[in-house]
Write a protein that binds this ligand. Structure first.
Ligand SMILES: [Mn+2]
Length: 593
């Protein structure tokens, strides 16, 4: 493998207005660290701070404010009454899987005739298509409800309508546009429940697909109760369903602000105490049972397991698990999913090695600013994960294409501040299809067009870069703090700012002039992680640096270490101890900031 060094990005210290920080500390009884974090995230207005520290369920927006809600709930209520078959049509990622599950669970509870469908990413492709029509006919459905897709599926929904099958769309994707940028015609659905529609008056746009499905479920519960306050048994369902919404919200990487913060905070609690056998077995196999859950547990443990089945085969297994109320069957499905996740990890590690070797042919970054790599048999469900890891390794955008015979499907990821979609436009003529956004995109390409695609994309990227290199995103430090002030009390206070994620990032702290309390060790099966004990004065904390095993040689006993980190709890046999997770370090003289 090529000896590419891990680039340590420049450090930048945020400098929130000291007056604002002091004011917040006084008004809310917070430490300087907590107040600095709030100011840095733009949360300074009294009510906003209050809502951030104590999110209330009563602050959730009324589902009735979403476009199409009344028409959707009336149609569903009629379907239930007339004993029609309802087909819940999801998508194969975490967002679609959890959203589908929560709707199916409600319909079953209401005694409705319900079937569900998740497309197979290999044989059916993304979103609506001929498979949707087939499945609707096979189940005898007269009402299809989409989850996490459908806003752009005008053709298929029109065909369903011709067959006498109604569709309700629940989605969070941008509505379709014509080539000239004007709004394109929407599908002929009974209702399109999507906060991003131009006609939407909903106060918050950033819901994930699972959350929109939840809003529909809630709206239906209101409709069936005949009041805005839903009846007790349905309320119980909604609290439980919030657990699925938390998974979707964290894993779909929507901003954890406004409603998403409330939904994920309460949803995390609801998951820890879930009575659903599927959830309990999933938590158990991920060794997360019997403890308070954090957003990271969903992002790094639960999400990848749910996604694994969709990546390697069909996401049906994940839905079956989440719908399962039988302990033994749920345990079996959880083991199956866990095995798929282990296999997913093994295959992506192999594919990463193979792709990194292939990248050696393009080591001249000026000539090949974008890595365009393709291989026969490269797993099309894993190319996205591998592209992201290549970007980290090489500091260049990457397009990774899995070839199956003559046809290939690829996934692209970008570096900070560079639009991979712009670069792909340069190769438009060499792809069958492509699309996406600045940071991530997908494409379909024929095997014999790959060399031309590489040249065209690199040529366009060279134009965009105009001789400049890629920006290295700096590490933004929230606050410098003496190491001895990193305490369990601080940790408890920071817990009030959780859950952390998109737009409510984890605290990033800097402590300088530390020393190793014992020689650096590498840990993990392949020595890829770094485990340290860092000390200053009487304070000694364990420090983990994931993926940085190779940096062990930079550290020597007795030499100053300056650490950028986030504090965290380490849980071991029910014992909770404070440790830090390193994000970067420097040795020697204190770095200038
Ligand atoms: Mn989604």
């Amino acid at each position: 493998m090529s000896p590419v060094a891990l680039v340590s990005p420049p450090w930048k210290l945020r400098s929130p207005d000291p007056g604002l920080v002091a004011g917040l500390s006084r008004a809310h009884g917070l430490s300087e660290v907590a107040s600095s974090l709030l100011v840095a995230r733009g949360i300074t207005e009294r009510q906003l701070v209050q809502d951030h520290l104590e999110p209330r369920l009563s602050a959730l927006h009324d589902p009735a404010l979403l476009p199409g809600m009344a028409a959707a709930t009336e149609r569903i209520a009629r379907a239930i009454e007339k004993r029609e078959t309802i087909l819940v049509h999801g998508d194969y990622d975490v967002d679609g899987v959890t959203g589908t599950t929560l709707l199916v669970r409600l319909f079953r509870r209401l005694g409705a005739n319900v079937a569900w469908h998740i497309p197979n990413r290999f044989s059916d492709g993304y979103a609506f298509g001929p498979h949707s029509i087939e499945r609707a006919r096979a189940t005898g459905a007269t009402l299809v409800i989409s989850v996490d897709n459908g806003t752009s599926s005008r053709e298929t929904i029109a065909q369903l309508l011709d067959l006498g099958i109604d569709t309700i769309v629940t989605d969070h994707h941008e509505p379709p546009r014509n080539p000239d940028g004007s709004a394109a015609e929407l599908p002929p659905a009974v209702a399109i429940v999507n906060p991003k529609l131009a006609s939407s008056r909903y106060p918050f746009r950033e819901l994930c697909g699972g959350a929109v499905a939840f809003k529909l479920a809630w709206g239906l519960c209101q409709h069936l109760t005949g009041a805005a306050r839903v009846r007790e048994d349905l309320k119980e369902y909604l609290v439980e369903a919030m657990g699925y919404v938390a998974i979707a919200t964290v894993c779909d990487v929507v901003p954890l602000v406004d409603e998403n913060r409330i939904l994920s905070r309460y949803g995390l609690r609801s998951l820890s105490s879930s009575k659903c056998a599927g959830i309990r077995e999933l938590l158990a196999i991920a060794k997360l049972d019997g403890r308070e859950l954090e957003s990271d547990d969903l992002a790094f443990q639960i999400g990848p397991r749910i996604n694994a089945s969709g990546r390697l085969g069909s996401a049906r297994t994940a839905v079956e698990l989440l719908l399962c109320d039988d302990r033994a069957e749920a345990a079996r499905l959880a083991r199956e999913i866990d095995a798929m996740n282990t296999e997913r990890k093994r295959l992506s590690a192999l594919l990463f090695q193979e792709a990194a070797r292939a990248a050696e042919a393009y080591s001249d970054a000026e000539r090949h600013p974008v890595l365009v790599l393709a291989g026969k048999g490269w797993h099309q469900g894993l190319v996205g994960i591998v592209a992201a890891r290549l970007v980290d390794r090489f500091g260049r955008p990457a397009v990774v294409i899995g070839l199956d015979g003559d046809s290939g499907r690829g996934s692209a990821r970008s570096t900070a501040g560079f639009s991979i979609l712009e670069a792909l436009h340069g190769g438009a003529g060499h792809m069958e299809r492509y699309g996406g956004h600045e940071r991530a995109a997908g494409c379909e390409v024929r095997a014999d067009a790959i060399d031309l695609l590489r040249e065209a994309v690199c040529a366009r990227a060279r134009e965009i870069l105009a001789g400049e290199g890629f920006d290295v995103a700096p590490t933004w430090i929230d606050c410098e703090i003496p190491f001895e002030r990193v305490t369990t009390e601080l940790m408890r206070e920071l817990g009030r700012l959780a859950p952390f994620g998109e737009r409510n990032e984890k605290p990033v702290l800097l402590s300088t002039d530390l020393r190793l309390a014992e020689p650096a060790r590498t840990v993990g099966s392949d020595g890829s992680h770094l485990s340290l004990r860092l000390r200053r004065g009487a304070q000694v904390l364990r420090a983990m640096f994931f993926g940085a095993g190779a940096r062990a040689t930079e550290l020597r006993m007795g030499e100053p270490v300056h650490a950028v980190f986030t504090p965290r709890w380490n849980l071991f046999r029910g014992e909770r101890t404070l440790e830090i997770e390193l994000l970067d370090f420097r040795t020697g003289t204190r770095p200038e900031l």
